[in-house]
Design a protein around this ligand. Structure first.
Ligand code: AMP
Length: 606
């Protein structure tokens, strides 16, 4: 097994770490950042941008910049949380042919795993650049509260990125693993993880290298994005009242507001006051309008307090599920960028009756934990055993649309349970099983994972056939089903119709397309470089021409002017690599004549 990289694929930022010579290293990307924005954009010329460079141009290219895609991964288009997200993102969310939430950028529809794969590829590249070798094996983390569809979709993203995802682990578990292996104190830990898009709370017992998750709870739609939104809503409401213009309907203004809200939030973690200053945010009948607003930390805390309070419900729930009280907790570990906020630290401290531990870097600890698990799988880290739980109840549909649980949430994984199914009418050749995840009593309120058909049942009176179906949750939290006809002892075919996600054929097509597009991508990069070079040479030639026109023979002047005009035309008309190369080479020839004349003139003077 080659090296195993650990990737924290975050809503806002991603991070990659690797175990090298007994040490875990967090790796810096090509721009020097230890975390990489999980942002993908397509420019007007079709160039794909990933990471910091994509984030930087989000204000001017808001419609074609995909942010916080993790909120859509493994989700149905009509899921309530997606309906809510649709009105708050600047890009278009569309239904896929099978009803999943997909993203439209520059007129093409992409599945969230495809977009996430570009972020994962960048993380893979970061590791390869550092290690100087190919890195194909990875551990990827997900919020503890992700269901099977979200985990499956994350795994698909890994496959599209050319990664062999050895294990999917939960973010809080990874954080505890990183903290526990480096600090090595046994006890009951509470890991409070508030990131850009999701909230998780996990209670975990560590003793002698065994990390046993006792319970987990959370909210996959509660994170920094929601904090920013509350401030955006307040600012735009004030603006509407004062100026009569709804800024949220102007996507460019909305994007600027969002960035300013996030910046203010971050500044207020260290300063007690800040100013939001957005000149020319829009214009009214009297001309341009600006948004300038001071905000103090206490005012901000008043606005977002309800969200911080909202995280405490799952904390109570996790304690109850683990049969623990707050004073049983030995250590509270904070994970995720949002835990830098003083109000979060204070409320969590009050709730657990102890100051949270601040020894870990909340942005990096999850990737470090993933790399630690990589070290465990390669045998480099000894005496560590991870026992995680399933965050959601797994069950099947029974008569009348009732959800009947089979594996309760917080069961230690891997786990297998069996259930006997039979026929409802004489000579029925198949039985249909509908598998779901969730905590609600009725089928319609839970997440549908798949429908299975147990086929090939021999003709028999109703109720006689006995089909033993095993539901297995593997260490990744992924669900598998197998079935056996007890009458014949034969394995029964299970035909899976996953309720959502990419099919094998989809993944194959996307990977093939990416391979085919690699050449396109490379020529796209070459085109951009050539265009930049041409722009630069045009600029210097124009200036030299102005300065030295008097010493340049008319024929040479003409040659430079016509090469410049041709270059401009080729660039303005967005012509291809060959045309730009041709125009650049002609301009270079003309520029040499210009240089010759300049130096001859200087020589003459000397
Ligand atoms: P993560 O998903 O862990 O990278 O967390 C990202 C979230 O943390 C984003 O919403 C950031 O705006 C937020 N964040 C990062 N730094 C700070 C800070 N200093 N204060 C408050 N929030 C922050």
């Amino acid at each position: 097994m080659g090296r195993v990289i650990g990737i924290d694929l975050g809503t806002t930022n991603s991070c990659v770490a690797v175990f090298v010579d007994g040490e875990i290293l967090v790796l810096a990307n090509s721009e020097g950042g230890r975390t990489t924005p999980s942002v993908v954009a397509f420019t007007e010329s079709g160039e794909r941008l990933v990471g910091q460079i994509a984030k930087r141009q989000a204000i001017t290219n808001w419609e074609h910049t995909a942010v916080a895609v993790k909120r859509l991964i493994g989700q149905r288009f009509d899921a309530p949380a997606v309906v809510d997200t649709r009105s708050h993102v600047s890009y278009e969310i569309v239904p896929s042919p099978t009803g999943d939430a997909w993203i439209r950028l520059r007129g093409r529809d992409y599945s969230p795993p495809e977009i996430s794969a570009w972020v994962l590829k960048k993380m893979k590249q970061t590791a390869e650049d550092y290690l100087g070798e190919e890195c194909n094996d990875a551990i990827v983390t997900v919020p503890a509260h992700f269901n099977d569809a979200q985990r499956q979709a994350t795994k698909d993203a890994g496959r599209i990125a050319g990664l062999n995802v050895l294990r999917i682990i939960n973010e809080p578990t990874a954080a505890a693993l990183a903290y526990g292996t480096s600090h090595g104190r046994d006890g009951l830990y509470a890991v409070y993880d508030l990131g850009g898009g999701t909230f998780d709370i996990t209670l975990l017992q560590m003793s002698d290298g065994v990390f046993e998750v006792r319970s987990t709870s959370g909210d996959t739609f509660l994170g920094g994005e929601d904090f920013d939104r509350l401030l955006v809503d307040m600012l735009s409401k004030e603006f509407l009242e004062a100026k009569g213009i709804e800024l949220r309907e102007d996507r460019m203004a909305l994007q600027r507001l969002k960035e300013a809200a996030e910046k203010a939030k971050q500044e207020l973690s260290s300063a007690t006051g800040t100013e939001i200053n957005l000149p020319f945010i829009t214009s009214g009948p009297q001309g341009p309008l600006h948004l300038i607003r001071s905000i103090s930390r206490s005012e901000y805390e008043g606005i977002v307090e309800e969200l911080v309070e909202k995280t405490l419900g799952p904390c109570r729930d996790a304690l109850k599920a683990a049969g623990a009280k707050t004073n049983d907790i030995d250590e509270v570990i904070l994970v995720g960028g949002m835990t830098r906020m003083p109000l979060v630290q204070a409320r969590v401290g009050e709730f657990f009756g102890r100051a949270p531990n601040r020894e870990v870097n909340p942005d990096e600890v999850v990737a470090i934990g993933a790399a630690t698990q990589g070290g465990v799988m390669r045998g480099e880290v000894a005496d560590v055993l991870l026992l995680d739980v399933t965050p959601l109840t797994l069950g099947v549909e029974t008569q009348g649309g009732i959800f009947t649980p089979l594996i309760p949430r917080n069961s230690t994984i891997p786990i297998t349970v069996s259930e006997i199914f039979t026929t409802a009418v004489d000579n029925q050749p198949f039985v249909e099983v509908h598998v779901l995840q969730g905590e609600r009593a009725l089928v319609r309120d839970n997440v549908s994972l798949a429908r299975f058909q147990l086929t090939g049942i021999a003709p028999a009176p109703r109720g006689l056939p006995q089909i033993d179906v095993s539901f297995h949750i593997d260490p990744n939290g992924l669900v598998e089903v197998t079935a056996r006809d007890l009458g014949t002892g034969r394995e029964t075919a299970v035909q899976v119709n996953a309720a959502s996600g990419l099919s094998e054929a989809d993944i194959y097509r996307i990977v093939e397309e990416a391979d085919a597009r690699r050449i396109d991508d490379e020529s796209q990069r070459e085109l951009v470089e050539l265009r930049n070079k041409a722009e630069g040479l045009m600029y210097t030639s124009e200036r030299s021409l102005q300065e030295y026109a008097s010493v340049l023979p008319a024929s040479d002047q003409e040659a430079v002017l016509s090469a410049l005009a041709y270059c401009r035309q080729v660039l303005d008309q967005h012509m291809g690599v060959e045309e730009v190369r041709g125009a650049l080479s002609a301009l270079e020839d003309a520029a040499y004549r210009l240089a010759d004349a300049m130096y001859a003139n200087l020589g003459g003077q000397g």
